[in-house]
Design a protein around this ligand. Sequence first.
Ligand SMILES: O=C(O)c1ccccc1NCC(=O)[C@H](O)[C@H](O)COP(=O)(O)O
Length: 260
Amino acid sequence: MTETLGSDGRPVRPSPGSGAALAQPPTGSFARVLARARAEGRAALVVDVKCRSPRDGELIARERVEGYVRELLGAGVEALAAVTEPQYFGGSPEIARRVRAVSGVPLMRKEFFTSVAQIDESHALGFDAVHLTLRTIGDLGLVREMQARAAELGLEPVIGVHTREEIQQAAELGAHVVGLNNRDIRALELDEGTVGHSEAVTGLLPPEVLVISESGLHSPDDVARAARAGADAVLIGTAVAKSPDPAAFVRTLAAAAWRR
Ligand SMILES: O=C(O)c1ccccc1NCC(=O)[C@H](O)[C@H](O)COP(=O)(O)O
């Protein structure tokens, strides 16, 4: 991997707007989307297919899932996430299969993972990436086992972090792609989380790590702020689902994602 070293001999994170690129994406197609966006000087737009949220209630009617995904893809969305957690977020493996069936873009699974068997299940469902959230998995040994199994299956592990300590742990785990949640997911989205969190901590991640700013992003201005903070992608669910015209809204968000 090509790296620029700073005066202290440490790698320098590509400055926003520099268009600096990773020579090779680390692994998997999700990383490829993020690395391409970084090389082009923007953040990629990833939309979360989340049918319900504890904060906002029903977001996507079950019968609308395929139409919704097609609308997003038509508007140029480059990658998707799907929440399969049933109790709080109204997800299911069936919804994941339906999203997969109508989309060819990289697809990441959001779930409260507790076992390595769920990594195999994610592969069987057709996911390209799994979001391994340190806040909910807790046990770093188990995270390592999940990473290893994902690698065996050709699935890309995205390490989910919220705190500075977890950012450090993600680096120790050798994460190539990090999902930086602006909220503490343990509060089930009832806490306040904004792009200000990404602005505060994105710079703590090693420059070679690809970063997705997640949760609590609502507007083109939020997307612009995340991109300027160094995020290589933004993950947005609620604001897109609640928009009266998701395709038009997605285009507006993507236009704001360029680093200037
Ligand atoms: O992050 C997780 O581990 C997680 C697990 C199970 C369900 C949801 C989970 N995270 C929440 C999300 O992924 C959000 O839906 C996503 O960041 C979008 O947030 P928002 O735009 O605020 O709806």
